[in-house]
Design a protein around this ligand. Structure first.
Ligand code: FES
Length: 106
């Protein structure tokens, strides 16, 4: 296992309230700017393995567009049925104006 920080986008390109979908080697992440803090979650609903992005965002929650499960963007926790398992989360940081996400690159 090799955890590495990957540049994903510049801070200037992700305003508060926006998100970006990132296709990395083995997974698809959604990177959110919530009031100037950055959060990355896997863009896969744990109910039926469909994309979460495209669903409404309500504060720090994203609502699955298929069956309406809510997830906390900050923690990945599943908040409402029909999802019960959390989505994976990934550490983020800012380095020289670039938002970076820590992923396993092995
Ligand atoms: S696929 Fe997300 S709630 Fe069913």
């Amino acid at each position: 296992m090799a955890l590495n920080w990957i540049d994903v986008t510049s801070e200037a390109d992700l305003a508060p309230g926006e998100f970006e979908v990132l296709e990395l080697d083995e997974c698809v992440l959604a990177l959110f700017n919530l009031d100037g803090m950055y959060y990355a979650i896997e863009d896969i609903c744990t109910h039926d393995n469909e994309e979460l992005t495209g669903g409404p965002i309500d504060g720090d929650q994203i609502i699955c567009p298929r069956h309406g499960a809510r997830f906390c963007i900050r923690t990945g926790k599943a908040l409402t049925a029909p999802a019960y398992e959390p989505v994976a989360t990934f550490p983020t940081r800012v380095h020289n104006g670039m938002i970076q996400v820590q992923v396993d690159t092995d």
